[in-house]
Design a protein around this ligand. Sequence first.
Ligand code: R5P
Length: 288
Amino acid sequence: MIVSGSASQTLAAALARELDEPLATPAYDRFPDGELLAAVPGFAGDRAVIVASTVSSDAHLELLQLQDAVREAGAEEVVTILPYMGYARQDDAFEEGHPISARAVARAISTGADRVLTVNPHETAVCDFFEPSATPVDAAHLLADPLPETIEEPVFVSPDEGAIDLAETVRDAYGDRVDGAAGEVDYFEKVRRSGTEVEITPSDVDVAGRDVVVVDDIIATGSTMSEAVAVCRERGVSRVFVTCVHPLLARNAYAKLSSAGVEAIYGTDTIERSVSAVSVAPALADRL
Ligand code: R5P
């Protein structure tokens, strides 16, 4: 049976359809002191597949309760899918005395799971924090699906070197889709000044008059992508599309990107937003 966390209902339903498995309907309560109660009345079966993006601290807690609830209801195997793993970017201690938050949450989730899958974690090394280690699922190729077929002389760019593989994957998948119109791949240099300020230095690739697709794993505050869009605009690009696996789009990220002059924003349903144009359900179903 598929069980959805409250932040992943659309994806869980898509996965249930993909696998032809029943979908449970969790029930929620909140006590006067603010504590949450997430339950799974009507759970039946030997295997529970819980689909829960941990987009907030409440979502983390909710996942732990769902894991416990299905076990109480008799599940012999609990597979936990983290379409988006919150805290994954805190994969190291920032300074002495700081926690490795990704490890802390991974350990907590591991206690209730027999198996964990997570989609395009920021660094795959984060999978080793789970016990046993989690399986990363690469959904980057799906990002080519919503891109328009009319992209002119495309250049696929990542805002930093770390995301170049994603840009290559999207370029190749787009090339397969649009009859070989592969396009160039490049990356910008990025320096993060603070949580919301980044500086992007463009590469030498000639983007004037061409369409650019900027690819990243996540859009969080939108600072990285809006800087990348602004840099492209300054260099006379025709249109800039941005695409990412995890469209977190916190606070004013959407507005920032729009005012920077982006043509369109695309993401997957690992985080359910208005820009979630493609589902990772088929990629997950392949791994179950
Ligand atoms: C960092 O290396 C990541 O790949 C993303 O570029 C970053 O986390 C995006 O964050 P924001 O949208 O806040 O700039």
